[in-house]
Ligand binder design. Structure first.
Ligand code: ADP
Ligand code: ASP
Ligand code: MG
Length: 439
C-alpha cells in the first residue's frame, strides 16, 4: 500500500485534478489518496466562521456566495459529461445549502468545525466524479469513519489502524482509495480537524496505520528547501533528511510540512517523500531514518513566539524550582519550545498566548517576570551539528548585526535555535543563507 497526499494547490484547478488522476494511476501497488480542500477554500471557511462568531451574517453570506461561484466554475471545467456535471453540481448544492442553513443557527465551536470540514468533503467528492468520467475504478473512504483524536486532541493511532484496516478489508477488490485530509472525529464524536495544514498529518497517520511502503506528500514545490522560499530568493531543495531533521524543520516553521506530521511515519519507519505535482520528474526530498550526510541542511523560522523571563536570585538554584515553574505551564496546557537558564534567571518561550495572563500571575511568587511578545525562533537544522567544524563560528559571524535574545544549542544533534525579535526575521534568514550555505 502506498499513500499519496495532494495539497490545496495540487487540486486547486480542474486541470490540476486531471493531472493528479494521472499520477495516482501509475503504480501497480494499491494507493490511498489523501486530498486537501481546493486552495483558498479553508481560508474562506475560516472567514465565514469568523464573520458568524461576530454575528456578521451579511459578511458571512458574501463569502459563501463568492465561494459558491468559484465551485460552480470549477465544476464546469472538471467534467465534460452532462450527467456528471449535474452530479457534481448537486454535491456543490448540498454543501452550500448546509453553509446557508448555518446562517440561521447560533454559532458554536462544534459548528465552526463543521464549517471547516466542508472543503475536504467537497474536494474528494468532486475528484471521485472526475475519476468516474475517466472510468477509473476507486472507492471513497470517509475519513470521519476512521480518523479520530482523543480528549487531548492527539490522534488515536491504534483505533485509526483498526478502523481503517476493517474498511480496507471490506474492499479487497479495490486498488484505489480516496479520502479526506485534515478532518476527523473528536472524543465527543463531533466533527473536528487536525489543525491548519493537517492533511499532511492525515497522510502520515494513514501511512503508519496501513504500514504503507511510502508516504508521498505532493505539493507545489520540489521538496524541502534549505531556507524559506517565500522569504529568501535563492533556495535549493534537499535530497535527503532524517525523520528527526524533518520533524525539527516542520515544527520550527517549514510550512511544507504540518508541524507534527512526521512522528506516525517515523514510528512505523515509513519513508516520506516530498514531491512536486507541477514537476513530477524532480527528485524531491526523501525522509528516512538515515540523514544521508553530516552538517547543517536547512533553516526555518517560527513566528508568534512569546519569551518569558523569570528572575529570582534567591530561588533559582534551589532544587525543585524548575519543576514548580514547569508545573504552571503544564496546568495551562501550554508547551515550552526553548529554554535557557543563568544563575539568576530562566527564560522560556511559548507559542500560545491563550493563558498568558494566568501563567504570569501564577509565576509571580517565584520572582519577577518579563514578557517579550512578537519574537521569532530561527532554527538551524542538520545532522551531527556539534561535530561539524566551524558551524557556530559561521553562524554567529553571519548574523553579527542581529540582536539575539536567546540561544539553544546541544538539546539534540539536529538543532541550534535562536530567538530574535520578529522584525529581524527576514534579515536573519537572508544572512544565514549566505553565511551557512553560500547562496
Ligand atoms: P500544500 O497546499 O500542498 O499543503 P503548503 O502551502 O502547505 O502546500 O506548503 C508548500 C509551501 O511551503 C511552498 O509553496 C513554500 O512556499 C512553503 N515553504 C516554506 N518553507 C519551505 C521550505 N523550507 N521548503 C519548501 N517549501 C517551503
Ligand atoms: N485544508 C486544510 C488547510 O488549508 C488542510 C490542508 O490543506 O492540509 O489548512
Ligand atoms: Mg500544507
Amino acid at each position: 500500500m502506498k499513500v499519496m497526499k495532494f495539497g490545496g494547490t495540487s487540486v486547486g484547478k480542474p486541470e490540476r485534478m486531471h493531472q493528479v488522476a494521472q499520477l495516482i494511476t501509475k503504480d501497480a501497488e494499491p494507493v490511498i489518496v489523501v486530498l486537501s480542500a481546493l486552495s483558498g477554500t479553508t481560508n474562506s471557511l475560516v472567514e465565514i466562521s469568523n464573520f458568524l462568531s461576530k454575528g456578521d451574517k451579511v459578511g458571512a453570506k458574501k463569502t459563501i456566495d463568492s465561494l459558491e461561484v468559484h465551485y460552480r466554475n470549477f465544476v464546469k471545467q472538471l467534467v465534460a459529461r452532462n450527467d456528471l456535471q449535474t452530479k457534481a453540481n448537486a454535491i456543490v448544492t448540498e454543501h452550500f445549502e448546509f453553509l446557508n442553513i448555518i446562517l440561521r443557527i447560533s454559532f458554536s465551536d462544534a459548528l465552526n468545525k463543521d464549517i471547516l470540514a466542508q472543503g475536504e468533503l467537497m474536494s474528494t467528492k468532486l475528484f471521485c466524479i472526475y475519476l468516474e468520467e475517466r472510468g477509473i475504478d476507486h472507492l471513497l473512504l470517509p475519513a470521519l469513519e476512521f480518523m479520530s483524536i482523543d480528549a487531548n486532541e492527539e490522534p488515536q493511532l491504534l483505533s485509526i489502524r483498526t478502523k481503517l484496516n476493517q474498511l480496507l478489508s471490506q474492499h479487497n477488490d479495490k486498488k484505489l482509495f480516496i479520502t479526506q485530509g485534515y478532518i476527523c472525529k473528536n472524543a465527543k464524536g463531533e466533527v473536528d480537524n487536525l489543525k491548519r495544514g493537517g492533511s499532511d498529518y492525515t497522510a502520515s497517520l494513514i501511512a503508519a496505520a496501513a504500514k504503507a511502503s511510502v508516504c508521498e506528500i505532493w505539493t507545489d514545490i520540489d521538496g524541502m528547501h534549505n531556507n524559506d522560499p517565500r522569504i529568501v530568493d535563492k533556495t535549493i531543495a534537499i535530497e535527503q533528511l532524517s525523520f528527526e531533521e524533518a520533524a525539527e524543520l516542520a515544527y520550527f516553521g517549514a510550512k511544507i510540512l504540518h508541524p507534527t506530521c512526521i512522528w506516525p511515519a517515523q514510528q512505523e519507519n515509513v519513508p516520506v517523500k516530498l514531491l512536486n505535482t507541477m514537476q513530477p520528474e524532480a527528485v524531491g526530498t526523501t525522509i528516512t531514518r538515515e540523514a544521508g550526510s553530516v552538517g547543517v541542511k536547512a533553516v526555518a523560522a517560527k513566528d508568534g513566539i512569546i519569551a518569558i523571563k523569570i528572575k529570582s536570585s534567591r530561588m533559582l538554584l534551589a532544587y525543585g524550582f524548575l519543576r514548580k515553574i514547569f508545573e504552571v505551564f503544564e496546568k495551562y496546557k501550554t508547551s515550552i519550545d526553548m529554554i535557557t537558564t543563568s544563575e539568576v534567571a530562566v527564560s522560556v518561550t511559548i507559542d500560545n498566548d491563550t493563558f498568558l495572563n494566568d501563567i504570569i500571575r501564577e509565576l509571580e511568587p517565584f520572582g519577577t517576570t518579563e514578557v517579550d511578545k512578537n519574537q521569532t525562533i530561527i532554527s538551524i537544522v542538520g545532522n551531527e551539528i556539534e561535530a561539524t567544524n566551524d558551524v557556530m563560528k559561521k553562524l554567529f559571524d553571519a548574523i553579527e548585526e542581529i540582536p539575539v535574545r536567546m540561544v539553544s544549542y546541544g538539546g539534540s544533534h539536529n538543532n541550534v535555535s535562536l530567538l530574535v525579535s520578529s522584525g529581524y526575521k527576514i534579515k536573519t534568514l537572508q544572512l544565514l543563507n549566505k553565511g551557512l550555505f553560500g547562496l
